[in-house]
Design a protein around this ligand. Structure first.
Ligand code: SF4
Length: 162
């Protein structure tokens, strides 16, 4: 499961396939990470510095974070894509085809002037979350999306300790 959470300044990504519930994030920022709440991550409850610190404490790589850079990322279901906007200007998109309950991502592109801001990851995660919420399968021919989807293995070096 892939989820994306935003506040005015930061974007947090969570990949449940990598999470082994060590709860380090919960200890570091209980206001943000609360397993008893739905959704269990809320990035509006604590200071960004605390959230960032909690993400850095995650031993599995399930959590990651980037600055928002005032860029909005939205689904555009009509045109089978997610789109990134700087104000009114489109600066990136992730395109997919859809057949039955299967989505296939075939292109992810970001204006070179905006590279290095985590926008491609936001575009792909937005589609992954959309697909998962609608109980659809996702595959990809786009090499970037393919790598992100395949990246479900834990990076844990701590033997799963709490
Ligand atoms: S693996 Fe990471 S995201 Fe999962 S509970 Fe532990 S610290 Fe939190």
């Amino acid at each position: 499961m892939h989820r994306i959470y935003e506040n005015n300044d930061i974007v947090v990504f969570w990949n449940s396939e990598k999470c082994f519930h060590s709860r380090r994030c919960v200890t570091a920022s209980p206001l943000t990470f609360d397993p008893m709440r739905k959704p269990w991550i809320d990035v509006t409850k604590d200071k960004n510095s605390n959230i960032w610190q909690a993400i850095e404490s995650c031993p599995s790589g399930a959590l990651s974070c980037t600055y928002r850079h005032d860029i909005d990322v939205k689904m555009d279901e009509t045109n089978l894509r997610s789109v990134a906007y700087d104000g009114d200007k489109e600066i990136g998109e992730c395109d997919y085809s859809s057949e039955g309950s299967v989505i296939s991502i075939y292109h992810t592109g970001v204006d070179p002037a905006y590279e290095g801001k985590g926008i491609a990851k936001r575009l792909v995660y937005t589609i992954l979350e959309y697909a998962e919420r609608n109980k659809m399968e996702v595959n990809a021919t786009c090499s970037y999306a393919k790598k992100l989807i395949a990246d479900n293995k834990s990076n844990c070096l701590h033997g799963g300790e709490a």
